[in-house]
Each structure stands twice: as structure tokens, then as C-alpha cells.
Ligand binder design. Structure first.
Ligand SMILES: Nc1ncnc2c1ncn2[C@@H]1O[C@H](COP(=O)(O)OP(=O)(O)OP(=O)(O)O)[C@@H](O)[C@H]1O
Length: 334
């Protein structure tokens, strides 16, 4: 477990961390999620010992490491741009930490082989970093970080420089890797989808403070405040209620009277303004006929095909799971 207590860090008169406390359970993959400048990297670097806190404490697996230098904290660290040794092969890059720790040759060889298999670079050991793709280089960086059996693995936007498809593949891969090695991991990301996809727990940061810590479901279904709500996905306003776009049902024919008005859920007549097909998801941009307000519904491709929606069509919509109205600032609705 990693425990950060009342961490405070200022740069001049700018407060980067404002009394942050965080518990990262042993063996978990915890994401620090927030917009640029919210303090995620500062917090990660403070856990690593690369940044000194003004006040506060960092405890890793029961030891207070607040005054312990980075290299003695038992951490593995991977940055967005991994600085590999260009003149060394993949194998030597991964072996580096073990060699400087003077581990026996046979042990190093065995360990490096295992790690290269785990990160899917088994056939690449004699290549040089320049002969790897960006994604392969980041996997090599992870193997190198894991080689020295760190107590904790700290990842600062490790896939940030890669294109969307590679990012998506690598985060699936990271999740599987984590399930295999179980090392306590903290991942910094500004990408809510990445955090929701891989993390057991997410801490949402904003302006140097933690807004909420919870599982992906907690944050998505029960956001503590407007900031968390808006940061974890879009919301639509429909008949005065706020609702996630995928919790809006779209039908061709007016629903029968039994379903209308059930549990205070109303049905709304709307006109299709635009249909945006984004792969599996289809965003239907709609206009409330009565109020003229615009909102979006998200349907699957199959639903879209069944409905055969065209611009100008009239449809009926109703929220299937409206969010509690008091939790949301209407100004955030789109
Ligand atoms: N060495 C420094 N000197 C002065 N200001 C700094 C320093 N390091 C960070 N900051 C400031 O502290 C704030 C938090 O930075 P940090 O890198 O932790 O944010 P972040 O959430 O990781 O953002 P990003 O996703 O853009 O990296 C930023 O406004 C940044 O400009």
C-alpha cells in the first residue's frame, strides 16, 4: 500500500498540491486522472521521490519514505518519453538495473527472458531501441522498470505519445500484465477512457486537490460533484433532467400510455438534427420539439440500423436512468 498524507507542494506562489491525501491499496492499479496542470505528475513524482514535498508524508509498504531518496524507494518509473540506452540492445536495456545491482549472470538472463515474454518482446531481444515501434519501446520500458522487482510501479502517461489505436491496445495489455504481476501501480492519465478502462480505483484531481476517489463505477454512477461528473463523460439535459447520452432511449413511435409517466419519467418528442456514426457508437443530435433545446443521445450501431434515422425525422425519447437532479449543475449539460 502507498499512503500519501496531507501532501502540500508549492512552486513560488503557485500551489501544485493542496493538502492531498491518498491511499493506494496493495496490488491495485490506481489512476490519477485530471486535466493538464491539476497536479497529477507532481503527486506521482512526490511518491517516487523525484519531487520533495513542502509538508506531508509518503509511506510505501509501511515505511515512511518521505526523506528517502528516489533510488532507495523500491520504485519502477515509466515516463511518456522513455529514455532508452540507444547503443544497447533491448535485452541489455532490460538487464541494466540488474547488472548495476550485480545480480548473478544466470539470474539476469533468466529474468530478462521471462520479462521479455511477459511484455510480448520475446523475439526482439537483439534489436536496438531505434528498431522498435513506439508501443514496443514503452513495453520495453515497462520490462526494464519491472526487472528490479519494484515495490511499486509508477507510470506517467506511459502511452501518451502513441496514436489512439496503439494506446487502446496497450492499455488492455497493461491491464493483463497487471493481473499477472500484481505490483501496486499508479498510472497518471488525463484520458478518462483510459482510466475507466484499466484502473481498479481512480483519484480525480483538479487544481491540486482530489475531488473524488472511487471505483470506475462509483465515479461514473455517483459523481461527487459537477467537476467529476463532467470530466467522466458528457451529459444531456432532457425535459429538465440530466442524463448520460447512452441512457436515453430513442423510438420511432410514441410509447404507449403505460410506459409514459412511469416513475416520473416523461417522454419527449424530438427532431433529428444530425447522426454521427463513430464506429460502434452512434451519436444522435436531437432537438426537443416543445422547448427547442438541443441534446444528444447515444445509441448502438444496431439500434441505429433498426431505427434508420435520417436528419429531419421525428422520434420519441425518454431517459432510462436519469441522474439525480440536485447533483448536477445545469450549466454543464450539453
Ligand atoms: N518545477 C516546476 N516549477 C514551477 N511550476 C511547476 C513545476 N512543476 C510543475 N509546475 C506547475 O504545477 C502544476 C501542476 O503540474 P503537474 O505536472 O503536476 O500537472 P499535471 O496534472 O501532471 O499536468 P500535465 O498532464 O499537463 O502534465 C502546473 O501548473 C505546472 O505548471
Amino acid at each position: 500500500m502507498i499512503t500519501v498524507s496531507a501532501a502540500h507542494k508549492t512552486y513560488g506562489d503557485f500551489t501544485a498540491l493542496d493538502d492531498v491525501s491518498l491511499e493506494v491499496p496493495a496490488g491495485s492499479l490506481t489512476a490519477l486522472l485530471g486535466p493538464s496542470g491539476s497536479g497529477k505528475s507532481t503527486l506521482l513524482r512526490a511518491i517516487a521521490g523525484l519531487e520533495e514535498l513542502d509538508t506531508g508524508a509518503v509511506v510505501i509498504q509501511g515505511s515512511d519514505v518521505t526523506r528517502v531518496p528516489a533510488q532507495k524507494r523500491g520504485i519502477g518509473f515509466v515516463f511518456q518519453h522513455y529514455a532508452a540506452f540507444k547503443h544497447m540492445t533491448v535485452r541489455d536495456n532490460v538487464a541494466f538495473g540488474l547488472k548495476i545491482r550485480k545480480r548473478p549472470k544466470a539470474e539476469i538472463a533468466h529474468k530478462v527472458d521471462d520479462l521479455l515474454e511477459i511484455v510480448g518482446l520475446g523475439g526482439f531481444q537483439h534489436r536496438y531501441p531505434a528498431q522498435l515501434s513506439g508501443g514496443q519501446r514503452q513495453r520495453m520500458a515497462l520490462a526494464r522498470a519491472l526487472a528490479v522487482d519494484p515495490q511499486v510501479l509508477l507510470l506517467d502517461e506511459p502511452f501518451g505519445a502513441l496514436d489512439a489505436q496503439v494506446r487502446a491496445d496497450l492499455r488492455q495489455w497493461l491491464r493483463r500484465l497487471h493481473d499477472e504481476v500484481h505490483v501496486t501501480t499508479v498510472l497518471v492519465t488525463h484520458d478518462q477512457e483510459e482510466a475507466l478502462d484499466v484502473a481498479d480505483l481512480i483519484a480525480v484531481l483538479n487544481k491540486g486537490r482530489i475531488e473524488q476517489i472511487g471505483t470506475p463505477d462509483d465515479l461514473y454512477e455517483r459523481p461527487a460533484n459537477d467537476f467529476v461528473m463532467s470530466f467522466l463523460g458528457s451529459v444531456s439535459r432532457l425535459d429538465g433532467r440530466l442524463v448520460r447520452p447512452h441512457d436515453i432511449e430513442v423510438v420511432r413511435d410514441r410509447p404507449s400510455s403505460e410506459t409514459v409517466g412511469a416513475e416520473g419519467i416523461s417522454v419527449t418528442e424530438a427532431v433529428v438534427d444530425r447522426v454521427v456514426r463513430l464506429g460502434f457508437e452512434v451519436r444522435v443530435e436531437l432537438r426537443d420539439v416543445a422547448s427547442d433545446e438541443r441534446f444528444s443521445a447515444q445509441v448502438t450501431r444496431a439500434e441505429d440500423e433498426r431505427l434508420g434515422l435520417e436528419v429531419g425525422d421525428t422520434v420519441w425519447v425518454r431517459p432510462t436512468r436519469p441522474l439525480p437532479p440536485e447533483e448536477i449543475d445545469p450549466a454543464l449539460a450539453v
